[in-house]
Each structure stands twice: as structure tokens, then as C-alpha cells.
Design a protein around this ligand. Structure first.
Ligand SMILES: *Cc1c(COP(=O)(O)O)cnc(C)c1O
Length: 426
């Protein structure tokens, strides 16, 4: 059966035919492709067409699909146990490994998604400070918890201006929002409401509304303001953690947040989230403290094993260095190609993340700086790429992810295809 037909069936049983909105190809004038197989850097559709995959499940697969070492580990775990709902040795190993290798993670808790990690970290922050308000930044996405669906990311970009239906105004009102890259406005917010802010949460590398690389000064000032006003600083590293570097943006910026959230890469392709940081804060969590947070399948052993193996493998081969070099080469080749054909296109990149957008002279740091026509231009390029066997994340505001399975050869092939697509579009 073909994708279109399957999508018609799916729409009868799931809202919009999907189980997460950004998979739906909304606004792209095309039905989603249904896949049946994935291997390394490639996806295979039900039509038996192969695609070079730059979505990689939206980030978790830093080693690519079905990495053989992770696969072996997962098979071994499946033959041992699937879930205990009790104390076991697998989460202990990952937790010890993380706390030993990431000095800011003094204590941590595993959950099953990035959303859960963020929700829980905020609960801890409110309990620790006895304050109500949370400050977030325009364009940062922190999962779908009520309090955070305010001016969030790609799945919402271009649809409704802010949050979501079904969120009580009282809850939304406790979330303050300020623009990225604007120190004056940030100071103003703190001046007026600083004593009420429990925590500031930020994606230190915002990558859910395009790629909005922040200035070090901005992050530094944020950290200083938090300290001055007694607000906790939470780095949401669900996308950047174990992606931009082993130590993520904490390592790259040298800024030490009070709490950090992880997801995506940490589970090696299985549903794992994690929050942690200062020991005194984490000790507020039940059962040692009175911040309740629990999960039936939390610290699922298969996810723990896949995660640990993924991270250890990346670390042992310095995978981040390799990835960053390949990404740079790939993006520079693309940019040169766009320039040569005078296509009005710029490719922004950071570590192994990239984002294609309209031509700009200065780096884009806020959502206002995104050139007009992003949706329309992306759609055209996306569809041509699809045709040529390149699968970009199906949304104009999602970044592309490069995995270790994307060899230089595959990336060259992909760049040629993307440039050919651009030639036909622009
Ligand atoms: C993906 C993401 C989340 C949400 O994680 P889920 O596992 O999808 O719930 C939260 N924060 C950031 C920065 C993310 O990229």
C-alpha cells in the first residue's frame, strides 16, 4: 500500500493522521511519506524509495539508524529484561557515568521524555524558590506542558500566534516571555518581576524555531541576572545535550546552570529524558523531598542501555569532532553552490545541526530576523529534495540533523541533490 492511501487510513484513527504534529507535512502540499525501514543515514518508504535522512527522528539518532553497537546492546537487554519497575543496575550505571563525567550533574532523575524532564525541573524550581513565575524566550520550545506552550517552536510556527487551546489563562499567565538576544528587555523583566521569578528556562542553543545561535554575552548576562535576583537558571538541553559536544552547551558556554534537562540523544533512539543538576535541588524530589514526580516506565532498561552505549561510543571515538567537521564541509559546499547559482539562500549551522533559510547578512538570533517567505521557499525546496531522495525534517522551522552514519560520501551525494533541487526552484 502507498503512503497516500495509508495516510487516508491514518486520518480516520488519529488526529491529522499522526501522533506528533510536525510529522504531518502540514503546509507542504504533500501527504507524509510512510516509512517501513531505516538503516544508517537512510530511510526506506513503503514505495521502496530510499531517502537520505536529515531528520533522524528529530535528533536522537546521533549515530544514525540501527547503529550496530547500540543494536547489539539493545538485543542483549531485550533478552535480559524489558522493564522492572524496581531498582536495577542499568539506570545506576548510566546515572553514575553521567554524574562522573558531567560535573554540573550532581544528582539526576530519569524520565521518559523531554517534556517530562522540563515539567519536573520547573516543579523543583518552584518548590525551591517558593515563587510562581517562569521566564522563557520567544521561539524556544520546551515540550508540550501547559505552562510552556507559550510562544514556542516549529510545530506551532506559522499556525497560531502563541500557545494552544485548552490551557487555562491562569497557568499561561505565570509564564513570562521575552525575546532572545535582547539584554535590555531581559533586564527590564527582571527589574519589574525579578523577585517573583522561580526560574528562567532557555534552550542555550535554540533549535526548535530555526537555528537561533545566541551570543555568549547574552547567555552570560542571563546567568548573572538569575543569580542577582535569586531565580534558578535551567538549560533545556533536550536537543543540544550530547549533540553539540559531549557536555552540550554547558561545556561550550562555560555557564553553569542550576538544573539541566536532557532528552533525544540521551536515549539513543529510545524514550528517555533526564533532569538534574544541583544536589540540594534534586534532593527536594520525592521520596527524599516533597516534590512529587514518578513514572511507571522511567529509567527503562532498554533506553538506559541504548543511551549509555551511544554516549560511550561517541565519547570513545570523539564523535563530536568528526560530526562537526563533516557538517562544516557539507554546509560550506552547499553555501558555495547556493552562491554560485545566485540562489537567495543561506545555510546556518552549529555543530551537527543545520538550517536552510532566506539569504541574510547577519546571523539570525531572534524569530523576527527570519526572512519573510520562509514557509513558501522551504516548501518548494523540500518537495524537490523529496523527489530526489533527500528527506529534510518536514517543517520550515525544523533544523536538519547529521549523524555519524552520514559519511562524507553520503553528504556529498546529498549536497549535490539539494543543490540540483535549489537550481530547479530558484
Ligand atoms: C524535543 C524537545 C523537548 C521535548 O522533548 P519530547 O521528548 O519531545 O517531549 C523539550 N525541549 C527541547 C529543547 C526539545 O528540543
Amino acid at each position: 500500500m502507498q503512503s497516500l492511501e495509508l495516510f487516508e487510513r491514518a486520518k480516520k484513527v488519529a488526529p491529522g493522521g499522526v501522533h506528533s504534529p510536525v510529522r504531518s507535512f502540514k503546509g507542504l502540499d504533500h501527504h507524509p511519506i510512510f516509512f517501513k525501514k531505516a538503516q544508517g543515514a537512510y530511510l526506506t518508504s513503503v514505495e521502496d524509495k530510499t531517502y537520505i535522512d536529515f531528520c533522524q527522528s528529530f535528533g536522537p539518532l546521533i549515530l544514525g539508524h540501527q547503529d550496530p553497537d547500540v543494536k547489539e546492546e539493545v538485543h542483549r537487554m531485550i533478552d535480559t529484561a524489558w522493564t522492572f519497575g524496581a531498582c536495577e543496575i542499568y539506570s545506576l550505571e548510566l546515572a553514575e557515568w553521567m554524574t562522573q563525567n558531567l560535573p554540573w550533574m550532581e544528582k539526576l532523575r530519569f524520565v521518559s521524555s523531554g517534556t517530562e524532564a522540563v515539567m519536573s525541573a520547573l516543579r523543583v524550581a518552584r518548590a525551591a524558590t517558593n515563587r510562581k513565575k517562569i521566564l522563557k524566550f520567544e521561539g524556544c520550545y520546551h515540550g508540550h506542558a501547559d505552562q510552556l506552550l507559550v510562544k514556542a517552536g516549529s510545530g506551532l510556527a506559522g499556525t497560531s500566534a502563541s500557545s494552544s487551546a485548552g490551557i487555562s489563562p491562569e497557568v499561561a499567565a505565570t509564564t513570562l516571555v521575552t525575546p532572545l538576544d535582547n539584554i535590555e528587555q531581559l533586564r527590564e523583566v527582571f527589574k519589574v518581576q525579578g523577585s517573583e521569578i522561580a526560574a528562567v528556562i532557555i534552550e542555550p542553543l535554540p533549535a526548535n524555531y530555526g537555528l537561533l545561535v545566541q551570543r555568549q554575552e547574552f547567555l552570560k548576562e542571563l546567568s548573572t541576572l538569575c543569580k542577582t535576583h535569586g531565580a534558578l537558571l535551567i538549560f533545556d538541553e533536550v536537543i543540544s545535550g550530547f549533540r553539540t559536544a559531549f557536555g552540550g552547551m554547558v561545556e561550550l558556554t562555560g555557564i553553569k546552570p542550576d538544573l539541566v534537562t536532557y532528552g533525544k540523544v540521551i536515549g539513543g533512539g529510545f524514550p528517555v529524558g533526564c533532569y538534574g543538576g544541583r544536589k540540594d535541588l534534586m534532593d527536594l524530589v520525592a521520596p527524599s523531598g516533597d516534590v512529587y514526580q514518578a513514572g511507571t516506565l522511567s529509567a527503562n532498561p532498554v533506553g538506559m542501555r541504548a543511551g549509555l552505549r551511544t554516549l560511550q561510543k561517541m565519547k570513545s571515538i570523539d564523535g563530536w569532532k568528526v560530526l562537526n567537521q563533516r557538517t562544516e564541509k557539507f554546509c560550506q559546499k552547499l553555501q558555495k553552490g547556493f552562491d554560485d547559482m545566485k540562489a537567495p539562500v543561506t545555510i546556518s549551522y552549529h555543530s551537527s545541526l543545520f538550517w536552510i533559510h532566506g539569504r541574510v547578512k547577519e546571523p539570525i538570533r531572534t524569530i523576527e530576523q527570519i526572512p519573510a517567505g520562509q514557509g513558501e521557499n522551504f516548501k518548494k525546496l523540500f518537495l524537490k529534495c523529496l523527489d530526489k531522495g533527500v528527506y529534510l525534517a518536514p517543517n520550515a522551522y525544523e533544523v536538519g540533523f547529521i549523524s555519524l552514519a552520514h559519511t562524507d560520501e553520503i553528504l556529498n551525494d546529498a549536497a549535490d541533490k539539494i543543490l540540483q533541487a535549489a537550481k530547479e526552484v530558484f
